[in-house]
Design a protein around this ligand. Structure first.
Ligand code: SMG
Ligand code: MG
Length: 367
């Protein structure tokens, strides 16, 4: 396609409740949105999953905006025509920036698939028409508040609960929830909050029949995770450490992870995500789709990916209402613990432009 216009905008959406993790508390979501228009006037949308601050990953909203404007978009514009499959190749010389790159690739892919009247799900190789939903539960003020929040999600039909943990909020919190919900699939996510010496402590989680412990150690500590995997019986699942197909290959070869959380933004896009999925299927490693508090735009695309056959565990693909009072697309509503995979062309949804304009704090066009 020939790119004729790119629009970058930043929006702010309040969260329905604060979300506390081991690295901070978020009360609203600032999102960088990308719109591309081709020479036939066909539009593609994507959101960049970077957060406001570089706390989950080194990328952050205004950093991604700068990277896109200064380097990535000029590189794409230097080509007379591009395909979505060429985007990662054209952007490869610029190091890092997976979230920014993923957003540009996805917007181009959305426009490309719309012009071919093909859904993202069928393009990626989806085999399911709905996906099982899990939900990620933040660190609470006390055990009662945690139990109340978990109950509301179990009552809503969520099929798996993930508890955010950190030193001081781990064994007791998991024990409390496990006692109240003896059979719910349960897992924990530490977002790198522990150290190599914490093996004995984390092994205390083994008695609670958890699906996995997500990213207990530093993102660069692959050997530490491999050593930890020998100390605890609960499977280790890497999130932040997996930033590409190669990093997934390394982590598997070193036995640092036996489950992988695939987040398209973190690995540079949906095309790279499918490669990691295929690697994991080949190695009989279960995968699940992570979440970055996406709006309906990112959620639609994640659901297409989560519909691939290797995604055998429920993902952090929750309903719109878990995050936002009003979503920027038609809301994703859960039915019996599942979300339906969009079937329309491209990602299958569009933003409500009036609402988008209302919550936009910055907007610029690149011709
Ligand atoms: O989208 O439901 C969601 C959030 C899921 O816990 C979630 N994401 O480490 O997996 C993770 C975190 C990263 C974002 S925390 C602000
Ligand atoms: Mg995580």
């Amino acid at each position: 396609m020939k790119l004729s216009e790119i629009e970058l905008r930043i929006i702010h959406l309040p969260l329905v409740r604060p979300f506390r993790t081991s690295f901070g508390t978020q009360t609203s979501r600032e999102v960088l949105m990308i719109k591309v228009v081709d020479d036939n006037g066909i539009t593609g949308w994507a959101e960049c999953v970077a957060m406001s601050e570089p706390l989950y990953s080194p990328e952050y909203v205004t950093g991604c905006l700068d990277l896109m404007k200064r380097f990535l978009i000029p590189a794409l514009k230097s080509k007379a025509e591009i395909t979505a499959e060429e985007v990662p190749v054209i952007l490869k010389p610029f190091l890092g920036g997976q979230m920014a790159k993923a957003a540009l690739e996805t917007a181009v892919l959305d426009a490309q698939l719309r012009s071919q009247n093909t859904s993202l799900a069928s393009y990626l190789g989806a085999t399911k028409d709905r996906v099982e939903c899990g939900v990620s539960v933040g660190i609470a003020n006390n055990l009662e508040a945690l139990a109340e929040e978990v109950k509301s999600y179990v009552d809503a039909g969520y099929r798996r609960i993930k508890l955010k943990i950190e030193p001081g909020w781990d064994i007791e919190a998991v024990k409390h929830i496990r006692n109240l919900h003896p059979n719910i699939p349960l897992q924990v996510d530490a977002n790198q909050a522990y150290s190599r010496n914490d093996g004995k402590h984390l092994a205390k989680l083994d008695e609670f029949n958890l699906l996995l412990i997500e990213q207990p150690l530093d993102e660069h500590d692959i050997l530490g995770h491999a050593a930890l995997a020998k100390e605890v019986k609960t499977p280790i699942c890497l999130d932040e450490s997996i930033i590409s197909l190669h990093s997934a290959e390394d982590a598997l070869a070193l036995k640092a992870t036996t489950v992988i959380n695939i987040k398209p933004g973190r690995v540079g896009g949906y095309i790279e995500s499918v490669k990691i999925h295929d690697l994991c299927v080949k190695n009989k490693i279960p995968v699940w789709c992570g979440g970055m508090l996406e709006t309906g735009i990112g959620r639609a695309a994640n659901l297409a990916l989560a519909a691939l056959p290797g995604f055998t565990l429920p993902g952090d693909t929750s309903a719109s209402a878990r995050y936002y009072k009003e979503d920027i697309t038609v809301p994703f509503v859960m039915d019996d613990g599942y979300l339906t995979v969009p079937t329309g062309p491209g990602i299958g949804v569009e933003p409500n432009m009036q609402f988008l304009d209302e919550i936009t704090t910055h907007k610029e066009f690149i011709k």
